[in-house]
Every structure is written in C-alpha cells, then in structure tokens.
Design a protein around this ligand. Structure first.
Ligand code: SF4
Length: 507
C-alpha cells in the first residue's frame, strides 16, 4: 500500500502532483491510500488509511517532482492524458468534505487512461459521484456569496467589515477572489470554524479559525440592513416553503434578517388583505431634486458605505431624486431595481410601465406577471434574481387620460446608464439577461437585434466583459398573436433557463 499525505484539506496542487506521479509510475488506485497531514489526529475515514500510519520523517520528505517516479514501482506507463473537463471537475470536487474524494478522483483519472468511452458515459458511477461532489461544492460557494453578512467593527485603522460563515465544504479560499473584487475598497474579513481570510485593501491574508462571538451583532450596518429587508418584504408574495428552499434554515442563525421572518410572516395575511381593500393608488408626484453622484468618476457609493446593501440603498435614493432626463420630470416616481446584492443573474428590462410607475416596483404590471409565469416555469425564484430596467422612470405620451408607453430614446438610455452600471457594480451578477433591444443596447452600448443575438451571448466590452444573454421583453410576447406567442413561449422560457443555469442562480 502506497501512502500519500496531502498538506491540508485544500491541497489541490498537491493532489494533482501526487496523482500525476502515481499515474506515471503505474500505481493502481487500490494500491494507494490518501490522507491529510493536518487530520492525522482524526480517525481515518477509510480502512486502508490505517495501513498508512505515519512513519518517522514522513512530513520531512520533499514532495516528488513531476518527473519523479516512486522507487520499486512497475515500468512507467505513457504520459497521462487528462481532459480539461476532468481538471475543472476535480478542482471543485476536491473541496468537498468527503474523505474519499482523493481516492475517487484518482480512480477516475486512472480509468480515463484505460477506458476511452468513459468520458462520454453519463451513467458511470464514478463520474456521477464526482459530479455530485462538485455540485455540492458549487452550491456551497453560491450560498457563501449570497449569505455572508458583514458587520462593522471599529478598529484604530478605521472600520473593518467582518462576517461569520459556516461553509459545508472547504470553500472559503476559493471565494476569496470574489469578495476581493467586490469589496476592493473596504477592509473586510470572513471567519469560519476552520479558517479565515482578510483583505486589508492591498493584500489577502489567510488565517486560522475564529470564534463567532468575536463578530459584533448590533452595528449600524445591520440596523440599516434590517430596515431595508423589512421595507422590501412583500406580504402578498409570501411563500414560506419557497423561501426556505432558497434560504435553507441551517443558514438562518447567521442571517440577521431571519429573525424578522416570523413576525413579518405572521402579519402578512392581514397586511395583504389591507392592501387589497385599499383604494387604487393615486399617482403622487414626488418632488424630485437632481442629485449628482458624490464621486462622478467612481459613482455614488461613498467609501464609508462599502456594504453593498447600504450602497444599493444609497443608489436607489439617488435614482429617486434624479431628473437628468425628461422622463424624471414626467413620471410619478422612479422604479429602482429589486433584489439582493450577490444575485447571480440580473434581468434588465426597458423601463417601468404604467403600473410600475404607480406602485414604485419593477415588473408588477401585465408584462411583469407574464415574466413571473415564465420564471416559475423555468424553475427560477423571482427572489433569487435582481430585476431592473435600463431606464428608471416611466416615459409616456398622454392620449386623453391614458398614458401610452413611449419607447425611451438613446438620450434617456445614455442618461440612465450610470444608474444601471452602479447596480451592476454593486450586485455583481455572474450573467446579465437583457429583455428586449433597449436593454441590450444599454448593456452592450451597440444596437443588437434580439432575434439575431439569441444564438450566443455577446460580451460587454469595454465595460466588464460580462456575457449578456438577450431575449424578448415580456411586453413583446404580449403583443404577439396567440399562435406566435405559443411558439415563442417555449423558446423564451428556455432562454431564461439557460441564463439561470449558466449563472448558477438558485432555483
Ligand atoms: S430615467 Fe434615469 S436618467 Fe432619466 S431622470 Fe430617471 S433616473 Fe434620471
């Protein structure tokens, strides 16, 4: 039995190096036992590990080089062939907590050298097991992005934003880049029971575990977040089962807003009934004062409000007061985006409609209801995506007492693009889905035909290189004749599903 000890649970480079050397030496999977040096005190998860009790000097040994072949092994076999898809799969699966992952992946790698048909076999037990591990890790990474909540902690160098998170797998280090990019201008740290990472504005620091008690729980950032959460809670849309599905209860004890769910849910029926009984909304024009960005070059988010939720609330307040184009002087109120920072998918429509203008919420009119149906059919929770428009105020022409939708021109789209870019910068979606040509033009900066671009997503260059899926606006489907709409419906839902699956949005 050959014993291989990796430096730690996330030593993927070590696993690759050892697997390559073993493969070249022709060591079969059942002759290898894998272990983690840091976990020696723990009981071995698999039987063969017992045969690998550490020998003196085990950890002093230098790791084998790529070309090194362990002594006493059979004659070398040809250089290993490793498909790129396997490497991608292995990089994720190796972060799983399953103690058998190293052996499973080496077995798969070994078999790939000898079974040409294995790569295309969707029912192979080893493939399925490795894919299940990788998927669990992806889910854990997504949950970390969605459920990390920062708290403000005063330090002599200024405020530091700290968070406590309990990942299921060894995913913290793999997400360091995500948090570094998003919160580049703030000092932050994320602590877990196993390890921690901290960003000081210049460098990432990896450290040991910390204690949950070290995280403040009564800071101003949390108070602001709770106020915001309560204000966007819609009693008429309450679906507790769906909510628990997308926000599993095991995360609740670290989510400040979780404590609001029970009282808000308890009052929901009464509030929804009161909403139904309330007379129709009478347009109430808000006094708009044009507010210029606090930092025109960087946007409206002041450095002190680096918390994305707080920053998003500030951006929304600025949008509400904006009168940079004629729409702002005509509409009842602005309709900013809806959804939480970290949503993997951002849907961008054209502009609010009549109902949205009156209610102050995105996608609540007939087109919004059609979108809700399509999202449900595509298995996408509305709460899991960020919904917004390219232009934030309703533009219309008056016909008697009727307000008829007027397509925004290039001038309005350009004037409003700064708000859209602010939302993208704060939400940091993985994928963008443009609903209609106006949204596509706002995101890509060029005119794009919806039907021509449905084949493959163009990228936003020179902005941020994000892929932009383009599909119809729901209002376009509403305008189609019934038989055409029926044909378009399946393609539209498929577009939503594709964008969601490529962005790994929670379903
Ligand atoms: S549509 Fe956009 S740019 Fe025009 S006033 Fe409203 S927020 Fe400002």
């Amino acid at each position: 039995m050959r014993c291989v000890w990796l430096a730690d649970e996330t030593d993927t480079a070590g696993w690759r190096r050892e697997a390559r050397a073993l493969l070249r030496a022709g060591v079969s999977p059942h002759e290898v036992s894998w272990g983690v040096a840091g976990a020696l005190g723990d009981a071995p998860a698999a039987g063969p590990l017992r045969a690998c009790e550490p020998s003196p000097g085990l950890f002093d040994a230098a790791p084998p080089s790529d070309d090194e072949v362990p002594a006493g092994t059979p004659a070398a076999v040809p250089a290993p062939r490793v498909p790129a898809s396997f490497l991608t799969l292995a990089d994720s699966a190796l972060l799983h907590r399953d103690a058998g992952r190293f052996a499973l992946l080496y077995r798969l790698l070994w078999r790939l050298q000898r079974e040409p048909g294995l790569r295309g076999d969707p029912l192979d037990a080893d493939w399925l097991a490795a894919q299940a591990l990788a998927q669990a890790v992806h889910r854990d990474q997504h949950k970390m992005r969605a459920f990390v909540r920062f708290h403000e902690r005063p330090t002599p160098e200024g405020p530091q934003y700290v968070a406590w998170f309990e990942p299921e797998h060894h995913t913290l280090a793999s997400q360091a880049g995500f948090f570094q990019r998003r919160f580049a201008r703030m000092r932050w740290a994320i602590f877990t029971p196993d390890t921690s990472i901290a960003w000081d504005g210049h460098r990432l620091h990896h450290g040991g575990p910390d204690r949950r008690e070290e995280i403040p729980t009564d800071d101003a950032t949390q108070a602001l977040w709770l106020t915001y959460y309560a204000s966007i809670f819609n009693p008429a849309r309450l679906k507790l089962a769906t909510m628990a599905q997308h926000m599993p209860r095991k995360y609740w004890h670290n989510l400040p807003e979780a404590r609001l769910i029970a009282p808000l849910a308890a009052a929901a029926a009464q509030r929804a009934e009161a909403m139904v009984k309330r007379p129709g909304t009478v347009p109430h024009r808000r006094r708009a004062v044009c507010v210029e960005p606090a930092h025109p070059s960087r946007g409206v988010m002041p450095a002190a409000s680096a918390d994305p939720l707080a920053a998003l609330a500030i951006v929304h307040a600025h949008i509400q007061a904006c009168t940079a184009c004629a729409h702002g002087r005509q509409a009842t109120q602005a309709v900013a985006g809806e959804g939480a920072p970290g949503a993997a998918l951002m849907l961008v429509g054209e502009q609010p409609g009549d109902q949205e203008d009156l209610q102050g919420r995105a996608f609540v009119g007939p087109a919004g209801q059609l979108l809700d149906r399509a999202l449900a059919e595509a298995g996408i929770a509305r709460e899991a995506v960020y919904l917004t428009n390219a232009v934030k105020h309703f533009g219309f022409t008056l016909r008697g007492t009727r307000r008829l939708h007027k397509t925004p021109g290039q001038q309005e789209v350009l004037a409003c693009s700064r708000w859209l870019e602010e939302e993208i910068a704060l939400v940091q979606p993985t994928r963008l889905l443009a609903l209609g040509a106006t949204a596509a033009r706002a995101l890509l900066g060029v005119t794009v035909s919806v039907s021509a671009s449905r084949g493959g997503p163009p990228r936003r260059r020179p902005q941020d290189g994000r892929e932009v899926h383009v599909t119809w606006h729901p209002a376009a489907l509403l305008r189609m004749p019934p038989d055409e709409r029926e044909r378009a419906w399946a393609r539209w839902v498929a577009d939503l599903r594709t964008a969601a699956s490529e962005s790994s949005v929670a379903r």
